[in-house]
Design a protein around this ligand. Structure first.
Ligand SMILES: [Zn+2]
Length: 258
């Protein structure tokens, strides 16, 4: 059907008596296209294929955060935040900070246990040059990298990524890629192709992240697979705390339980 030269006139207020005092819409557009779900599915599939074609397995260690705490999924760390009703706890509540940083039990998150999930996903890395950094642990040599992974979980700043060479990275900034496929409000679960598209900094070996299991030897054995040819089932090496959710926007089935 040829596209009409001029779109049909907008309805007049008389045709919509319920519109009341609000001015009638007078935006001349030819059509509002339906969202094209297939385009999103295809783009997600291409992204996953790119991850497996040029990427590598990595272990993503998702840490408890304030959102989880506000939802009641986790409690404060009893080591650095103090036991219930203790003076230490009350002091921490007032000042909204723990007695010490780098708590070995919660990895500095102030939430019980520190991590909520360890999952293995394909990842694609783009590395920067080494940087000399002056930090609270003295001068260290670090490196920044852009990293991306699949859309079925959500990383936050402060999460860790453990690579198959034994190096550990801390997520420093996050973004996600949406694909607009029609006229609608974009929602995380609807439109995201790659949830996890962000910057990570390599951790110095003095970082508490090095006490996260598995150790370097274990990481190499699990993640450094040569020529797997097909995606491997690595769920045996994954771990979830009770109540852990992988996406903030809605609860998603855990890997292997879908
Ligand atoms: Zn702690």
């Amino acid at each position: 059907m040829p596209i009409p030269f001029d779109p049909p006139p907008s309805p007049t207020p008389d045709e919509f008596p319920m519109a009341g005092p609000i001015a009638p819409v007078d935006h001349k557009v030819y059509q509002l296209p339906d969202p094209q779900r297939y385009a999103l599915d295809q783009e997600r599939q291409r992204h996953i294929e790119a991850l497996y074609r040029l990427g590598e397995y990595a272990m993503f260690v998702l840490m408890w955060n304030l959102r989880d705490f506000d939802k009641g999924l986790v409690t404060r760390c009893s080591t650095c935040w103090g036991a219930d009703a203790s003076m230490k706890r009350r002091t921490a509540e007032v000042y909204k900070q723990a007695e010490k940083n780098d708590c070995p039990d919660c990895f500095g998150t102030t939430f019980e246990g520190g991590w909520k999930a360890k999952i293995i996903r394909p990842s694609l890395w783009d590395f920067g040059e080494d940087l000399d950094a002056d930090g609270r642990r003295g001068q260290t040599i670090t490196s920044a990298a852009a990293v991306q992974s699949t859309h079925d979980f959500q990383m936050h700043t402060g999460d860790y990524i453990l690579r198959g060479d034994g190096n550990r990275w801390r997520v420093s900034s996050m973004s996600s890629i949406h694909l607009r496929v029609g006229f609608e409000v974009p929602l995380a679960e609807r439109n995201i192709i790659a949830f996890n598209f962000g910057q990570a900094m390599r951790e110095d070996e003095s970082s508490p992240s090095y006490s996260l299991t598995p150790d370097t030897t274990g990481l190499r054995e699990i993640l450094d697979v040569t020529r797997p040819r097909f995606p491997l089932d690595l769920t045996d090496f994954e771990d979830f705390r009770d109540g852990a959710i992988l996406l903030d926007s809605y609860e998603t089935p855990r890997v292997g339980e879908a």
